[in-house]
Design a protein around this ligand. Structure first.
Ligand SMILES: *[C@@H]1O[C@H](CO)[C@@H](O)[C@H](O)[C@H]1NC(C)=O
Ligand SMILES: *[C@@H]1O[C@H](CO)[C@@H](O)[C@H](O)[C@H]1NC(C)=O
Ligand SMILES: *[C@@H]1O[C@H](CO)[C@@H](O)[C@H](O)[C@H]1NC(C)=O
Ligand SMILES: *[C@@H]1O[C@H](CO)[C@@H](O)[C@H](O)[C@H]1NC(C)=O
Length: 687
């Protein structure tokens, strides 16, 4: 707009006239064109092939004159209240009818009877509870396969008026209603159901046999309800069962030799105390028990625990309860994080030959070991973080596929030597927040077996050819010995939060070509004594929160893209270092340093004008003294002229000082020369 106006003004009066002329012509031609075009549809709806979109139009009635042959009719987000035969039933070709988010409180009974093509019916977010109060049934849903009744304020018993004659119904959504009980008869009129979504209701009770007649039921979502216990799970055809976010205290399958189809069982965020009793013959692939109250992996408690929970838990009489380990030969994913498990016996993993992902983080496990008896050789991810681990051991030929091992937040100090060397696929080791020490390399005597050579009390990280990521932050590391990672081609090394860490100048030797990511944050390092410029692949370097006063001279080619120097004691960067860095650097953090910006114009220029992004620019300040007062200004407001002025100021100070000195000297000389005079003067003064 603004640009248009400006341009018009530039053209002057003649230009304005021309523009008006053009505008008039354009309007005339537009009107002419619209007159020649066939008459437009009277309805405000959009039509795309056979689909008609009448959504978001504040409609109070269904448009009456839509073209024939409609397949999909979208009337969502309007103000429809009464759905009656006259208007809707004429659209018999409709397959998909979307009435989501209207104010529907009345549907003429029998309306859908003749809509024999209607397969998908979305009635979500309406006021169908008002309709249900009238205790009339909407009549047969002859061909409807998918019905959405979510968000209608329906409570127990009300669903009957919608489901009593739905022979083709496969997918039913009832989520976000107020159902408290699933009755025995609820789904009797919809025997083809495969998929029922009841999440986010207040279900307290499921009557015996409520789902029994649904022979094809394969997915049942009961998450976010108030179910407390399932003691006789018998839906052997079910594939997916979601019971997360209930108040479940127990889950037990009926004792049977039937093979269950169950693949996914989600029990997260409940109050379960004992490992669920799952079908003896199962195909379970996914089991989530995180955020419960499991104290062990037993299916019943020990006598002690039973004593504790007698009041809240109904002990069951399942045969073989105590320490029967169930068969989980298909299980791929098991999450038991955020429980109170103290230990897991090795035998528990015996049958888990397919397990890929095991997560037992945030428990109270003190020791963990894997041996040949249950080698977990399919496991790729093992999360043991935030436990109380002091002992960890992996036998030979176990965990052959393990790629990521999470051990952060434990009490690990010592480990079997060669623990990590025995993991042939390990890529990432997360060891932060432990008490580990790094062993020096044994490279000087390669013929000796390093398994027996590591000095006690440390962990060796040499010779792990698959390891790329190593996190050692917050271990109270004191020294990083020379060649600490010899034969281990690390890409990422995190040594942050080890205050006082003394890094040997050859500590990173052998990482020259592999290391791209290095963090030495918060280590109180006063001076870097290792030559980072030898690490030719290094791209991301974090040196923030240390005590560096200078950066070592960087005069080799560097690949550094991101450099964090925040919160150090840096005054400037060397001219040559700036030259080298500028070639590859994309991001530089420089805040909270006592920078003297004027001492290196090239550096100031990099901060102010180069393509290097300075995300913390707002806190990058320059310090200088003015009138013998320390002054701190943002780097953005420092100009070259100011620097020159500062320079000339200091020059003039020198001039003043020199002049003063000369004057004093002259005075002294003069005073010597005029000595008698001065004495006389003094006398006269005294007098
Ligand atoms: C809808 O129908 C009810 C009775 O069935 C009637 O009371 C009400 O006025 C109707 N509302 C509209 C908007 O037609
Ligand atoms: C029913 O839902 C499932 C998953 O929720 C989906 O894969 C399937 O296509 C749906 N079936 C119909 C008929 O909408
Ligand atoms: C179970 O339901 C919860 C909450 O509705 C959902 O976040 C989760 O993804 C579901 N789990 C599975 C396995 O689908
Ligand atoms: C383990 O589970 C917790 C919570 O369920 C999750 O936050 C964490 O990311 C999981 N660990 C892994 C390695 O996926």
């Amino acid at each position: 707009m603004v640009q248009h106006l400006r341009r018009r003004r530039l053209f002057g009066w003649k230009g304005t006239m021309a523009a008006y002329l053009w505008l008039v012509l354009a309007i005339v031609s537009d009107v002419a064109a619209s007159l020649l075009r066939p008459p437009r549809q009277l309805s405000p709806c959009q039509m795309v092939q056979n689909d008609v979109y009448c959504n978001d139009l504040n409609l109070r009635t269904v448009p009456a004159k839509l073209p024939p042959g409609i397949q999909k009719l979208d009337l969502s987000r309007n103000l429809l209240q009464n759905i009656t035969q006259e208007v809707l039933a004429i659209y018999t070709t409709v397959h998909h009818l979307n009435l989501h988010s209207n104010k529907i409180q009345f549907i003429q009974p029998g309306l859908f009877k003749d809509m024999t093509n209607l397969q998908v019916l979305d009635l979500s977010s309406n006021y169908l509870d008002v309709f249900a109060v009238s205790k009339t049934s909407i009549g047969p849903l002859t061909a409807v396969e998918r019905l959405d009744l979510s968000g209608n304020g329906l409570y127990t018993g009300m669903t009957d008026f919608f489901l009593s004659e739905a022979p083709a119904l496969m997918n039913l959504s009832l989520n976000g209603n107020s159902i408290t009980k699933v009755g025995k008869e609820t789904f009797c009129g919809a025997l083809a159901l495969r998929n029922i979504d009841l999440h986010n209701n207040v279900i307290l009770e499921i009557e015996d046999g409520a789902f029994d007649s649904l022979l094809h039921l394969s997915e049942l979502d009961l998450s976010i309800n108030s179910i407390t216990c399932i003691t006789d799970f018998n839906l052997s055809k079910l594939k997916v069962l979601n019971l997360s976010k209930n108040s479940m205290e127990c889950f037990q399958t009926t004792d049977s030799d039937l093979e269950y189809e169950l693949l996914y069982l989600d029990l997260r965020e409940n109050n379960i105390h004992y490992f669920p009793v799952l079908p003896r013959r199962n195909k379970l692939m996914y089991l989530d028990l995180s955020r419960n109250h499991l104290m062990s992996v037993n299916t019943t408690g020990t006598a002690d625990e039973l004593e504790h929970f007698r009041d809240t838990f109904v002990p069951h009489t399942q045969s073989g309860g105590m320490s029967r380990h169930q068969d989980f030969s298909r299980l791929k994913y098991l999450n038991m994080s955020y429980n109170q498990i103290k230990s897991i016996p090795i035998s528990y993993f015996c049958s888990m030959v397919s397990l890929v992902h095991l997560n037992v983080s945030n428990n109270c496990i003190g020791a963990f070991s894997i041996d040949q008896e249950s080698p977990l050789n399919s496991l790729k991810t093992l999360d043991l973080s935030y436990n109380a681990l002091q002992n960890l051991s992996f036998g030979e030929n176990t965990l052959r596929s393990l790629q990521e091992l999470f051990l952060q937040g434990n009490f690990l100090t010592i480990m079997d030597s060669g623990t990590f060397q025995r993991l042939p696929s390990i890529r990432g080791l997360h060891l932060q927040q432990n008490y580990l020490k790094v062993c020096p390399s044994q490279r000087k005597s390669p013929q000796t077996d390093h398994n027996s050579q590591d000095p006690p009390g440390c962990v060796s990280f040499t010779s792990i050819p698959s390891l790329h990521l190593l996190y050692l932050s917050g271990n109270n590391l004191e020294v990083l010995p020379p060649y600490a990672f010899n034969g281990t081609p690390l890409r990422l090394l995190d040594l942050s939060l080890n205050p006082g860490l003394d890094i040997h100048q050859n500590a990173f030797s052998s990482l020259e070509t592999s290391l791209t990511n290095l963090s030495l944050r918060e280590n109180h390092i006063p001076e870097l004594n290792t030559d980072l410029s030898l690490l030719s692949s290094l791209k991301f370097v974090d040196l923030s929160t240390n005590k560096l006063t200078t950066l070592p001279l960087w005069n080799k080619a560097s690949s550094i893209e991101s450099l964090n120097l925040q919160n150090n004691n840096l005054v400037t960067l060397e001219y040559n270092t700036v030259l080298v860095l500028e070639r590859t650097l994309k991001t530089l953090y420089m805040g909270s340093n006592p920078l003297s910006c004027c001492s290196n114009p090239r550096f100031l220029n990099m901060l102010q004008h180069s393509d290097v992004v300075i995300p913390d620019f707002a806190i990058v300040t320059c310090q200088y003294t003015e009138n013998s007062e320390p002054v701190e200004v943002n780097v953005g407001s420092v100009t070259q002229e100011q620097c020159q002025k500062l320079d000339s100021k200091s020059v003039s100070i020198i001039v003043i000082v020199v002049t003063a000195l000369v004057l004093i000297a002259v005075l002294v000389v003069l005073s010597k020369v005029c000595h008698p005079k001065r004495r006389k003067l003094n006398i006269s003064f005294r007098a």
